[in-house]
Design a protein around this ligand. Sequence first.
Ligand SMILES: *Cc1c(COP(=O)(O)O)cnc(C)c1O
Length: 372
Amino acid sequence: MIPFNIPPSTGEEVLFVQKAIANHKICGDGEFTKRCSKWLEDKFHVQKVLLTTSGTTALDMAAFLCELEPGDEVILPSFTFSSTATAFVLAGARLVFVDIRPDTMNMDETKIEEAITEKTKVIVPVHYAGIACEMDAIMRIAQKYNLKVVEDAAQGVMSTYKGRPLGTIGDFGCFSFHETKNYSMGEGGALLINDSRYNERAEILREKGTNRSRFLRGQVDKYTWVDFGDSYLPSDLNAAYLWPQLLSADKINDFRLAIWEKYDRAFRDNPHIETPFVPDGCVHNAHMYYLKCQDIEERTALIQHLKSKNIQAVFHYVPLHSAPAGLKFGVFSGEDRYTTKESDRLLRLPMYYGLTDLEVDQVIEAVKEFWT
Ligand SMILES: *Cc1c(COP(=O)(O)O)cnc(C)c1O
């Protein structure tokens, strides 16, 4: 069986997890948490990165930092994971979904402006498959209407838009280190803060509402409860698992890109399927390789065909605006021209660090065979 995903591992994880145990420091903000956040800050030129327990909680933090009031509105795509939406529901917002572009499956930047009302406070671009949204246009709109931008870059670690790392362009960026992502700590994520005015509030939010971080830096002589918060610190054991992958980040990225290119060479001229589009100025991280079939029936048949060849291919999101919680917390702005139609056609192929050349060949052959 060729699975859809195997969690990334360099083989050195056990050594570092043992080191964390030997340090007698397995709670949050130990040596490895510090190493990982410093690495992320240096690599992506971010003034502050905080490791979190998941990509979802990084989004929760970003949503709280936007200081929304009941009835405020947030603009996001419907074609995304529930995490993108639920973070803003927790923070008290109404959701306004906009359609995606069929070429990149990203939020259609030309549909944002008509979704803006007096109540709009935040735009949440999701960089699907690690391929950037049109950030220049999105940032221009945000500036014009004085809106915040939270980038859901859960899939975009190591990708860039016009030379700028994803997650560093908006006010906040959110990474995921879930086991299905390019770099993993089991469950985990990171919040990227691009404006230092939010640092202190973010630390308080992450540390159960206390000013413990200021205390540890010697800026106050005792620590106390100062605001609402939660516990968003991952265990240092998880950070120790992530650390060797960050040290091998370029190697892992190159490995994935080679698979992606191989799939793309095999499929881009196939008249039966559509393949991913990478706009000029976007450098991606090969988070995903997807195909788009004619329709949902053909996709179901292709998944079955691949399964019969011991290959696991999977579809992706059911659009949020049609889900029970989406109906309750949000509304679709304008026409759903592409969200439902395109998500029905999309199928993801096996893609992970360690997938062999031979296995990629098997997948390619099995897909081609479907139409012969
Ligand atoms: C994976 C993912 C998340 C959530 O990350 P977790 O670490 O699993 O909580 C959020 N948004 C998108 C687009 C994702 O792909």
